[in-house]
Write a protein that binds this ligand. Structure first.
Ligand code: FAD
Ligand code: DHB
Length: 382
């Protein structure tokens, strides 16, 4: 089979790129190593920047999002028994939308009519540095193409296929993870609460008015089965401010998982006719909800560049890597900063904790500091 752009990975980056290119009349095929059900079952991000929403609108997949998402005009920072509201709307004129990554993925899958190969085995990318690239999978399947889009996440095959001397990797790991729980219980608060507590970070998020998503900072050495629901709820209650703890409605978890935290950037994102987008090229720690939104901004730049290429203008494709990375590094900085501000780092001692509290107090009292936080949270311009 021959297409113009072969896309590896059917996460939000691959599906959104496929949708935008197909809309522009560019033929694509998506090759995904997992099943459709597996991809849809992964519980991940939940907060969309307005730029991401606008891109999904442009892609023609935002009808259900507009019906079902919750628009949030602010969120709370909680520390030392206080709650400080960051009024995103007043500070930036913008808001964010709460709508699960699972739903974004489902809407994109439902909209897709072009070929998608799921449960593909032994996916490999070839001849992208010179010549005509192609993708192979299963025993004898081959897709010839003009370009390959590597949208196959952090553990994918595309970045791993680039010769080591052509790529530079920047990485920082954190000595803890996020234990997440999903439950069909009403959220503790209308808006999200990011909690900095002596016992560690906690986050109260949500998927709808009846479905909550909560996270706790936990040691990397711990396993999910060491966290029965009762232990999770008791620990969350201890970390929440008193009024929120009182409002907490508990119930059985419908999903529970531990995610490690990592900052990671690959440079460049373009290798001849192979382009990386989303988690394949970079990872942020989840604090600040930038992962999915960065995948969307990469896809915006890449789709525009590919569309321009087929109209006879190659310069945008040459500029893709630098343009995407400029925004990626700013989001890396913000996610790293928010992670350092809110999590427990025992190795930093009581001086480190005082620095965090002083910064939180400063944010609480400074409109300038709140604006800097808010404009990064709602998303920097594309
Ligand atoms: P992915 O969603 O990872 O999609 C990549 C796809 O490629 C997958 O479907 C994968 O199966 C497929 N693939 C992999 N290897 C191959 C191969 N060899 N061949 C073919 N296909 C392949 N972000 C937030 O903002 N908030 C969160 O709370 C949050 N929680 C997260 C929890 C976890 C456990 C993880 C891993 C990520 C989380 N993220 C979160 C980040 C966010 O989900 C990602 O940034 C987002 O999914 C990136 O989309 P993507 O399409 O680039 O990558
Ligand atoms: C969610 C995840 C985040 O990382 C975040 O900052 C806010 C919300 C979530 O999964 O709902």
């Amino acid at each position: 089979m021959r297409v113009q752009v072969a896309i590896v990975g059917s996460g939000p980056a691959g599906l959104l790129l496929g949708q935008l290119l197909e809309q522009a009349g560019i033929r694509t095929a998506i090759v995904e190593s997992r099943s459709r059900e597996y991809v849809l079952g992964r519980i991940r991000a939940g907060v969309l920047e307005s730029g991401t929403v606008a891109l999904l609108e442009r892609a023609g997949v935002a009808d259900r999002l507009h019906e079902e998402s919750l628009v949030h005009e602010g969120f709370d920072l909680a520390f030392s028994g206080r709650r400080v509201r960051i009024d995103l709307q007043a500070l930036t004129g913008r808001s964010v939308s709460v709508y699960g990554q699972t739903e974004v993925t489902k809407d994109l899958m439902d909209a897709r009519k072009a070929p998608g190969f799921y449960e593909a085995r032994d996916v490999a990318v070839h001849s992208f540095e010179s010549g005509t690239p192609y993708v192979t999978f299963n025993e004898n399947q081959k897709i010839d193409c003009d370009f390959i889009a590597g949208c196959d996440g952090f553990h994918g095959v595309c970045r791993a296929s680039v010769p080591a001397e052509k790529i530079t990797l920047f990485e920082k790991t954190y000595p803890f993870g996020w234990l997440g729980i999903l439950s069909d219980t009403p959220p503790v608060s209308e808006e999200l609460i990011y909690v900095s507590h002596e016992r560690g970070f906690a986050l109260c998020s949500q998927r709808s008015r009846t479905r909550s998503r909560y996270y706790l900072q936990c040691p990397l050495s711990e396993q999910v089965d060491e966290w029965p629901d009762e232990r999770f709820w008791a620990e969350l209650r201890r970390r929440l401010p008193a009024d929120a703890a009182q409002n907490l409605v508990t119930g059985p978890s419908i999903e529970k998982s531990i995610a490690p935290l990592r900052s990671f950037v690959a440079e460049p994102l373009a290798f001849g006719r192979l382009f990386l987008a989303g988690d394949a090229g970079h990872i942020v720690p989840p604090t600040g909800a930038k992962g999915l939104n960065l995948a969307a901004s990469d896809v915006y730049y890449l789709s525009e560049a590919l569309i321009a290429f087929y109209k006879g203008n190659e310069s945008q494709l040459k500029a893709y890597s630098a343009k995407a990375l400029a925004r990626v590094w700013k989001a890396e900085r913000f996610s790293w900063w928010m992670t350092k501000l809110l999590h427990g780092f025992p190795e930093e001692g009581s001086f480190g904790r005082h620095m965090q509290l002083a910064e939180l107090e400063y944010i609480a009292g400074s409109r300038a500091a709140q604006t800097a936080l808010a404009e990064n949270y709602v998303g920097l311009p594309y």
